[in-house]
Design a protein around this ligand. Structure first.
Ligand code: FES
Ligand code: FES
Length: 168
């Protein structure tokens, strides 16, 4: 092993990430972002990367119930957090009401932004199932989509909220 590689190896830090209720023991350099660690170390590639500097929202996940940009946090900062990614939304082979609503209401086209919107909206509906249209649009405005024009994303989240309210 080259001396440079050995130095990099020495700088790695062992930690456990709790993602979707599963512990992932990983070893990363302190500069590695949470988004990269989820994708490269945990194999959870549903978290997408667009801008990698906090603008597009494609990397949105939930950390202790709150939506965060996983490209703006280092993996080592997330060690004690309960993380949720798009891979954890479906339960028992069944899509979540929100995932179903995205399909039924055409809330996606290419799908690249979709994991981020799903996690953002999941956090918003869990926080306030009766969220107003204005507040929902405000929340969703933090993520970018180049395909849909947003209206169908809003419709899908509204439909999911109604479905979740009806089944609770
Ligand atoms: S990739 Fe994180 S906000 Fe764009
Ligand atoms: S569906 Fe293509 S970027 Fe949103």
């Amino acid at each position: 092993m080259k001396r440079q590689d050995m130095k990099r190896q020495d700088m790695k830090q062992d930690l456990t990430l709790q993602v979707n209720g599963i512990g992932y023991d990983i070893s990363v350099e302190p500069r590695k972002t949470l988004a990269d660690a989820l994708r490269d170390e945990c194999g959870l590639t549903g978290t997408h990367l667009g801008c990698e500097h906090g603008v597009c929202g494609a990397c949105t996940i939930l950390a202790d119930g709150a939506p965060i940009r996983a490209c703006l946090m280092f993996a080592v900062q997330a060690e004690d957090m309960a993380l949720r990614t798009v891979e954890g939304l479906a339960q028992g082979g069944q899509w979540s009401p929100l995932q179903k609503a995205f399909v039924e209401h055409h809330g996606l086209q290419c799908g690249y932004c979709t994991p981020g919107f799903l996690m953002l909206a999941t956090g918003a509906l869990e926080d306030n199932p009766d969220i107003s249209d204005a507040d929902l649009r405000d929340v969703l405005s933090s993520n970018l989509c180049r395909c849909t024009g947003y209206e169908n994303i809003v419709k899908a989240v509204r439909a999911a909220a109604a479905d979740m309210g009806a089944s609770s």
